[in-house]
Ligand binder design. Structure first.
Ligand code: UD1
Ligand code: CA
Length: 486
């Protein structure tokens, strides 16, 4: 019997690959009390974008996020991703970040746990899985000890510069020089180090202790591994990406706005590609995880946020802000509608200026109109509340008509109570429904009623003072006033 990994097996085993994401730094240049990698671009933390990319390459169990500054907050923010965390308690540089990951990547057996580690920067969210895979494959093919992803930038200021090895060196790299240590001539080089690398795990850890802190920042630079490995006669190469935009980092707030705009435009392009019409896409704010069905039209100045899902053939009109909500097909959202954590059935019509607060569930073909506020309600199929209404903590059946100005009084100052309105009921305008209260199936509530007791099925409830008319009263009053003036 031949063992799977014995020498007699002619095709080489694919490398066992881990991904390390450096996310321990403070981000001093942002002047923020929040860790840099938790600042949001494209509607989610910078680090969450990098993790999502990493997960397209290796399973979550082979991803190691190196955390340090505000480690617990960072861990909490991305804990759902199922990745591993390595603590870099003191942040002594990018080289040091990899030093603390030694055990995670080497393991403690005879053979190292991984053959290759891909190093990603937790502050560079535009990198695509495709580019990282190219980097990794190039590294494997070159049998290199270190491979870095480089890019040509028009303005390379602030980045490490790649010093290639002589004219005949081909892909080989002599060293990476950081901005602060670069000579004027080196500063003219436009080929920069992206901060993305692949390393052979054994070579990395055999030599990583040769890094020193003799540099302007007094830190262990991972970039110095290029020169360290060169001196040890190991192969160091660079592969240049075609899309320099992918490597941009977020060191300043200004850079963050650039990345945010890029991510959002990329999101709009992807949706356009999937059959969604977006007019004036540069005015819309659509988060990365939002889904929209084909033939839906999105007008200018719309925000679709969080995990919002919108069906096909909907129309989302201007100035609507929809967060974490699910809309069925053929829903019309008229201008200025605000929606949070809500669900809307197919063919419903909302707005203009409807405010749906968390837990609002609107059935198929239902309508909510001008200045209607809802919170934690179920509104059945075909039911309508078209004007100036507050519906909170209410269960409303099908084909119910709610007149203008109706209010559910759900709060007694201490507790919230429920209003139930059964199928086919008709609530006259300006009614006040004092919860807990139930309006039976098919019954009528007369306009301007204050309802404090349950109404049985098919009844008419009047809860207002009977109208009385005093004939001639106004004329008599006017005459009396004339008398006084005389
Ligand atoms: C780094 C590179 C530079 C490259 C640039 C690309 C070094 C020394 N320089 O510079 O050549 O052009 O990225 O964007 O590596 N981090 C840790 N622990 C630490 C320090 C940093 O995890 O002790 C993390 C940070 O959170 C960040 C990443 O490493 O996500 C990069 O660190 P940063 O300080 O932004 O490096 P740059 O100055 O941008
Ligand atoms: Ca950076």
């Amino acid at each position: 019997m031949v063992k799977a990994n014995s020498k007699s097996n002619s095709s080489p085993q694919p490398p066992r690959i881990a991904i390390a994401i450096m996310a321990a730094g403070k981000g001093t240049r942002l002047k923020s009390k929040h860790p840099k990698v938790l600042h949001e671009v494209g509607g989610k933390p910078i680090l969450a974008h990098v993790i999502a990319t990493a997960k397209q390459i290796v399973p979550a169990e082979d991803i190691f996020v190196i955390i340090g500054h505000e480690a617990e907050r960072v861990r909490e923010a991305v804990t759902g991703a199922g990745v591993n965390f390595v603590l870099q308690a003191e942040q002594r540089g990018t080289g040091h970040a990899l030093m603390v990951a030694r055990e995670a990547l080497m393991g403690n057996g005879n053979r190292t746990r991984y053959d290759q580690v891909i190093v990603l920067s937790g502050d560079a969210p535009l990198i695509t899985a495709e580019t990282v895979k190219k980097l990794s494959a190039f590294h494997t093919a070159q049998k290199a000890a270190m491979t870095l992803l480089s890019a040509d930038l028009d303005n390379p200021y602030g980045y490490g510069r790649v010093i290639r090895k002589g004219a005949r060196g081909g892909a080989e790299v002599q060293a990476i020089v950081e901005e602060k240590s670069a000579t004027p001539r080196q500063k003219e080089l436009r080929e920069i180090n992206s901060g993305f690398y692949a390393f052979a795990v054994p070579a990395l850890y055999e030599h990583i202790d040769r890094l020193s802190t003799a540099n302007p920042h007094g830190e262990y630079y991972l970039t110095d591994m290029a020169a360290v490995l060169q001196r040890a006669r190991k192969k160091v190469v660079a592969i240049k990406t075609d899309d320099a935009g992918e490597v941009l980092g977020t060191n300043t707030r200004a850079e963050m706005t650039v990345l945010d705009a890029r991510l959002r435009m990329a999101k709009c392009r992807a949706l356009l590609e999937e059959g969604v019409t977006i007019f004036y896409p540069h005015t819309c704010v659509i988060d990365s995880d939002v889904e929209v069905g084909a033939d839906t039209v999105i007008e200018p100045f719309v925000q679709l946020l969080g995990r919002t899902k919108i069906g096909a053939e909907c129309r989302i009109r201007s100035y609507s802000v929809i967060g974490n909500s699910i809309l069925g097909d053929r829903v019309t959202v008229k201008p200025g509608t605000i929606m949070e954590d809500s669900r809307v059935g197919a063919g419903a019509v909302l707005g203009p200026y409807t405010h749906m607060r968390p837990g609002s569930e609107v059935g198929e073909g239902a309508h909510l109109g001008n200045f209607v506020e809802t919170k934690k309600i179920k509104l059945g199929k075909g039911s309508k509340a078209n004007h100036l209404t507050y519906l909170g903590d209410a269960e409303i059946g099908e084909d119910v008509n709610i007149g203008a100005g109706t209010i559910t009084c759900n709060y007694d100052g201490v507790n919230k109570h429920k209003t139930v309105i059964e199928d086919g009921a008709f609530i006259g305008s300006h009614s006040t429904l004092v919860a807990p209260v139930k309006i039976g199936r098919g019954s009528y509530v007369a306009a301007a009623s204050c309802i404090t007791e349950d109404v049985p099925e098919d009844a008419l409830a009047l809860g207002r003072a009977r109208q009385s008319v005093k004939e001639g009263w106004a004329r008599a009053k006017r005459d009396a006033q004339k008398e006084i003036r005389r």
